[in-house]
Write a protein that binds this ligand. Sequence first.
Ligand SMILES: Nc1ncnc2c1ncn2[C@@H]1O[C@H](COP(=O)(O)OP(=O)(O)OP(=O)(O)O)[C@@H](O)[C@H]1O
Ligand SMILES: [Mg+2]
Length: 371
Amino acid sequence: MNQIVEQGKTLLVVGPAAVSVISGKAEVLGFPVNDKRRVVVREGKQLPFFITEKAVFDISLSENASFEEVEGNTIPDSWTDAAELLKGFHKRPTVAMVIGRADTGKTSFCTYLVNNLVSVKQRVAILDGDLGQSDVGPPCTVAYACVTKPLIELYELKAENAFFVGVTSPSEAVDKMIEGLALMKAEIMSKPVDFIVVNTDGWVEGEGAVQYKAQLAEKLEPDIIFCIQQRNDLSPLLETIPSKKIVVESSFAVKQRSPEKRRLLREMNYSKYLVGAKVRSLPLNQLKLEEKLVWQAKQDAGKGLLLGLYGTHRKFLGIGVLQNIDQKRRTLKILTSVSATPVSVVFGKIRLNENFKETHFSGSNVAADRS
Ligand SMILES: Nc1ncnc2c1ncn2[C@@H]1O[C@H](COP(=O)(O)OP(=O)(O)OP(=O)(O)O)[C@@H](O)[C@H]1O
Ligand SMILES: [Mg+2]
């Protein structure tokens, strides 16, 4: 279906949908879409096309998809100011951290910052610390990727390395989160990048969250923190963290997702990393494992536990799903699409069924989780 949209308006498209600009010009979070490129809007996602020159769109909608036109730009002025401010930093690399509750627009804001920086030839690394709604690595990991070209979604990026945390909620793995993000940051620091943009998880309210974010800021030493605030929800955090902070707004067009939808998005993401997975038998004596967890896994058969697979030099290879521990043959049977030989396997606490759907873990109900 064709849709004509006037300059200065925004076309908001909710996926699953495919959109092409037949004529005219539009921008998605700072990414210029002015050719015949087909933009895919994934299920559960919304993309804003801001019209910079009267445009004709070709839109194909799948079930439950929709679109609407809204007046003006859905990118708040404070986002534009933030991007300009960041471009003015001379330190290399400059580290910018983004903090905000779930569904405030953290990923969109990071994408907007990245696009603004790469458009002026800056080399950017995105360090994705949003464990439950990860864009760069698989769910339950923190990961990074380097960006040199503008992009529509961080999800397009391929992780250069990742750290497997093994849960979807940072509150269950504070120390691991800090360790993982610090390790990834140290690795990025050895690369030729001008900016590091750190996205974080949406756990921001309550004493535990404030302490955790303060510790993280202390460890990662950001030069600036952008706080996406809604209704003063970040006040205690803003008071606690000593780094330079700038408050930015959440877009009026931000779209909330239910916990079920968030889980569904995560499950689609597990499937992406497990596509073509085969069962492999790995000899236990050739693997580095956390003994305590292996013992626990044996106790309850372990089937379905999410695993993180590493090669040499802490290189993350991918995820797997535990099938069983064969005591007689001393092997670990796992379902994975990783073909390289892992040298170490880390046990997660998430359990997936045969369709890669999350089941219960650690006695808590995943559906009730806001991760
Ligand atoms: N400036 C904007 N214009 C239009 N839509 C937006 C904007 N910012 C965010 N959205 C939409 O709101 C939804 C939530 O945004 P986003 O995924 O960026 O938030 P988030 O804080 O990263 O969420 P999560 O907690 O799931 O990681 C998305 O569908 C996104 O497309
Ligand atoms: Mg996000």
